[in-house]
Structures are given as structure tokens and as C-alpha cells.
Ligand binder design. Structure first.
Ligand code: HBI
Ligand code: FE
Length: 265
């Protein structure tokens, strides 16, 4: 069990796989109102900056009035792609996290940030996890890719290559951009749930936007404390799926002896 005093979730009631019950009735009216305010702020941005697959799914979800009931979401999600969401107290260790993904369960943090964290929060909360990650689980190709990523994670643990694989997650699932006929759009959850970086990642001339390149990503360090210096742009989820399908073992073995690239290389 996690005992990291820096994590703010309540891990005392978590099962061995780190899941908890959502306990929806314990959310306060103020929390529902804060969720709604976060949702409304992002809703104004996503039409312009989010990828079409995410927009399509959020439209069907109708989840902007209050913190969603995970059980309700699962009725439609399991039908769409065989995924479900499970409640967790916050960040969980890599092993159980990857196992959930491999078995098509997405861990969603139960607690909501405080009002003073409206613009920025370090740990993922229910708004980031739900708004950022859950809609794309309705897309069959993305959904398939994420479960393959989970299997890859379990394998990377055995190969001592988590650090490299975590960069792939960071530059795709969290901060990925995708090329569309209208220009680049965000599909990464860290972008979709961010009040500031969502416009920045598409519009600002400063950051680098490089075409997706697996080895480059596995070698590129990242910063968690500010907007990204570099974004990687996929052509489609099918490309992401295809380019991450091969066995990474030889790549890990080779890259282990090479210096990583700094975030702004
Ligand atoms: N736990 N709840 C939660 N959410 C995450 O995104 C998460 C995690 N544990 C580990 C983890 N991410 C990362 O180590 C991997 O994605 C690389
Ligand atoms: Fe996330």
C-alpha cells in the first residue's frame, strides 16, 4: 500500500488493486459546482483546440452538470469499447496502474481539487482524469492502443525500462497533438484539462512541434512543472497504434547506452 505522505488521497480503504468505491453521495454541492466551473471553462476552448474524436465523445457524455457517477458512465463505455473506469484514491504504483490499463480499466481519481487550485494542480484529480482521459476511451483505436500500452508497461517493468516508456505516455496520452485538416489539435489529457496550455500547445509559436517518432520520444526528458517545450504530433490514432506495435526490447537495449535529449532539444 502507498504510504507516500506527499500524496493526498486516502489510501486506507483501497483494495489490493488500489480501487476504492467512488462514494458519490459524499461530494458536496460546492464540489459539484467547482467541477461545473472547471468544465465550463474548458468547454469554451475545446471546440477550437481538441481533436475531433474527443469532441465527438464528450458531446455524447453530457457530464458537465456535476461530478459524474462512474457507474453510469460505465454503462455506455463498456458497450462502446469494452473499457470501464474504476475509482482510485490518486496516483497508484506502476504495476497495478499498467495492469488496469492492460485489462481495459482506467483508474480515475475520486477527489476534486480545491478552489484555489482552479488553474493548476500537481497531482491528477477527478477533473483531469475524467475530462482529459475518459472521452477518448470511447474511440476504438485509441482504446485498443491504451490497453496495449498497459501490456507494454508490465513488460517494461520486467526490462527496467519504465523511465523510457513513461516518456511515451507523457508525450502522447498526456501531452500529445494530432494533425487534422484544420491544423494540429490536442488529444493529450494534460492539455485537454488545462486552462492555459490547451491554447498554448496549438497557437503559440514558441514550443517545438515534431512529428511522432518513437525512439526520439523514448529518449526525450520532460518537465512536469511548466508548459512543454516540445510536443509530438501524430497523424492519427492508427499511426500511434502502428508505430508502437513492435516489441520495444531492442530499442530499450540500444537507448540504455545513449544520453537522453533534454526537453527543448
Ligand atoms: N496512477 N492514478 C494514476 N494515474 C496515472 O496517470 C498514473 C498512475 N500511476 C503511475 C503512472 N501514471 C505512470 O507511472 C505511468 O503512466 C508511466
Ligand atoms: Fe493524466
Amino acid at each position: 500500500m502507498i504510504t507516500d505522505p506527499n500524496l493526498r488521497g486516502d489510501y486506507s480503504r483501497a483494495a489490493a488493486d488500489y480501487t476504492v468505491s467512488q462514494d458519490w453521495s459524499a461530494y458536496t454541492p460546492d464540489e459539484h459546482a467547482l467541477f461545473r466551473r472547471l468544465y465550463e471553462r474548458q468547454a469554451k476552448l475545446v471546440a477550437r483546440y481538441a481533436c475531433p474524436e474527443w469532441i465527438e465523445a464528450i458531446g455524447r457524455l453530457d457530464a458537465g452538470r456535476e461530478i459524474p457517477k462512474f457507474g453510469e458512465i460505465n454503462k455506455s463505455l463498456s458497450k462502446a469499447t469494452g473499457w470501464e473506469i474504476v475509482a482510485v484514491p490518486g496516483l497508484i504504483p506502476d504495476g497495478p496502474f499498467f495492469k488496469h490499463l492492460a485489462e481495459r480499466r482506467f483508474p480515475v481519481t475520486v477527489w476534486l481539487r480545491k478552489p484555489e487550485e482552479f488553474d493548476y494542480i500537481v497531482e491528477p484529480d477527478v477533473f483531469h482524469d475524467f475530462f482529459g482521459h475518459v472521452p477518448l476511451l470511447y474511440d476504438p483505436v485509441y482504446a485498443e492502443h491504451l490497453s496495449e500500452y498497459g501490456k507494454g508497461g508490465l513488460k517494461a517493468m520486467r526490462l527496467n525500462a519504465i523511465k523510457m516508456l513513461a516518456r511515451l505516455y507523457w508525450y502522447t496520452i498526456e501531452f500529445g497533438l494530432v494533425q487534422t485538416p484544420a491544423g494540429v489539435r490536442a488529444y493529450g489529457a494534460g492539455l485537454l484539462s488545462s486552462g492555459g496550455e490547451l491554447a498554448y500547445c496549438v497557437d503559440d509559436p514558441k514550443p517545438r512541434r515534431r512529428p511522432f517518432e518513437l525512439e526520439r520520444i523514448l529518449r526525450t526528458e520532460y518537465r512536469i512543472d511548466r508548459y512543454q517545450d516540445t510536443y509530438f504530433v501524430i497523424e492519427s490514432f492508427a499511426q500511434l497504434m502502428r508505430d508502437t506495435a513492435p516489441d520495444f526490447s531492442p530499442v530499450y537495449a540500444r537507448l540504455k547506452f545513449l544520453q537522453p535529449f533534454p526537453p527543448d532539444a
